[in-house]
Design a binder for this molecule. Sequence first.
Ligand code: SF4
Ligand code: SF4
Length: 165
Amino acid sequence: MESSVAVPNRSCGTCRECCVALEISEIKKPVGVYCDLLCAEGCSIYQTRPDECRKFDCLWLEGQIPRWMKPNITHVVPWRNGVKGPDGQTVPILRMSFNHHFRHDKRVMRWIKKASHKLMVVLSDRSGSSCMIDGKIAAAKGHDDDIKDMKLTVKSGRIVGVETA
Ligand code: SF4
Ligand code: SF4
């Protein structure tokens, strides 16, 4: 997806993983599948690519996750997001969007479990999304990436419970 370089010594390079893992609503690209507009050289419509692509920086590029977790190695794209809590406040969550063509790596899953003790993690791929809190799957959705209609319990600015509506 090629984005601005956020920290020294980190750049997208040959990584194209967000062009696979993410949902891009503007071009109706689903989660976890290769974008039809991706070619060997990168994005075939680079100059006119959607804003969602243009503005996206993953957390690896921002230097907020370990170097070994570069998305083109792990096949999961980490990004920051927020959801509306019961009082209308925005609660931060961690998103991990997987390339559906690869199995989830055990080392990555250990890292995600640990992270879920600080923030709710939403794991998404082509088959659906799951929410992880404190190392356990708390709720799962069937087939898309939409978690907006989930019922959240928030304490001290952190999601501690989630139920499907
Ligand atoms: S997943 Fe991250 S490192 Fe890879 S191309 Fe996208 S923004 Fe760059
Ligand atoms: S439009 Fe271009 S930048 Fe956006 S997902 Fe497709 S290939 Fe990647």
